[in-house]
Design a protein around this ligand. Structure first.
Ligand SMILES: [Zn+2]
Length: 299
């Protein structure tokens, strides 16, 4: 587990088997060490470059007035942690919750956070995002209610009763190589000269390896073989699980999907190491960057 990606490696015990124990969850919420990880309109609370939490003891009023239930995240050596949606608060009140804390978009600050803190904030924001989008049953349209400390939404219609579970969308991301060069592309709408490896969502009824072959074929017109799994990364923007791969192209002849890609070309290792590289590589917290850096280091 030493090689975890950013947004994983959370330093808490999720205690998933205790979520159904309502008495235990209630005791955790009222215990001394319990802390709230708040999310306000999609933003996370930070102080300086660290995740911030609120002592639950001092947040009774917030817990009582929030229209959403606290969601149990897990427990560490100090006590339990719960995510709480505070989006109902006016901006002035939200910004005064703690003297030195500020609600910020995780995306803008995540590279400055140590991995376990990025992971905790991502976990909280992810569950709040899912909860906000599953207030109603997708089968019958009735309201849903929290079960299992917020990890399940149950339809309140007695004739339906469907259970809804937190959503994670798998997507493949792949460094394609051919004769000691790798393929990097700029998608339409990306800023500046940002280039990355190819990526796309896994479709229904498809294995991740098949998604790699299909995506590379669709986007770059290449046939790939030898698809090798690398690592995974939870990517909380808003709820993807990135599945990282390497693959080898049978030829170097590109045929780009002009609707998807603005530019794509082959890069050698020396070119990517050069100080005057004319493209920008992906963010340091992304598995894309790790795939590319690992590929460069191999040669
Ligand atoms: Zn229903």
């Amino acid at each position: 587990m030493a090689d975890l990606t950013h947004y994983s490696g959370e330093a808490i015990e999720r205690a998933g088997l205790r979520r159904r124990d309502e008495a235990w969850i209630a005791r955790q919420l009222s215990s001394d060490g319990c802390r709230i990880v708040p999310v306000w309109r999609g933003r996370s609370l930070l102080t300086e470059d660290a995740a911030a939490s609120l002592p639950a003891r001092g947040a009774r009023r917030l817990l009582e007035t929030s229209p959403s239930e606290p969601i149990f995240l897990g427990i560490d050596e100090f006590g339990a942690l719960f995510a709480l949606d505070l989006s109902h608060l006016p901006e002035a009140e939200a910004s005064n919750l703690t003297p030195d804390g500020e609600f910020l978009e995780l995306y803008g600050v995540a590279t400055r956070l140590v991995r376990r803190e990025a992971s905790l904030l991502s976990h909280a924001a992810w569950l709040i995002h899912w909860t906000r989008r599953h207030r109603f049953c997708g089968a019958c349209g009735h309201a849903t209610a929290a079960r299992e400390a917020g990890h399940v939404r149950a339809c309140t219609n007695a004739d339906c009763g469907m259970l809804h579970f937190p959503r994670t969308d798998p997507a493949v991301i792949v460094v394609v190589e051919h004769e000691d060069r790798c393929l990097l592309a700029q998608q339409k709408g990306w800023p500046g000269r940002l280039h990355s490896c190819l990526a796309g969502f896994v479709e229904p009824g498809e294995a991740a390896e098949e998604a790699v072959v299909r995506e590379v074929g669709e986007e770059a017109g290449l046939t790939v073989r030898d698809v090798r799994f690398f690592a995974t990364q939870p990517w909380p923007y808003p709820c993807s699980l990135m599945l990282g791969f390497y693959a080898t192209a049978g030829s170097g002849d590109l045929r780009l999907d002009d609707d998807e890609l603005a530019e794509a070309r082959w890069f050698g290792r020396d070119e990517l190491r050069a100080p005057d590289l004319d493209i920008e590589l992906p963010r340091a917290d992304s598995i894309a960057r790790r795939l590319i850096d690992r590929w460069i280091a191999r040669g």
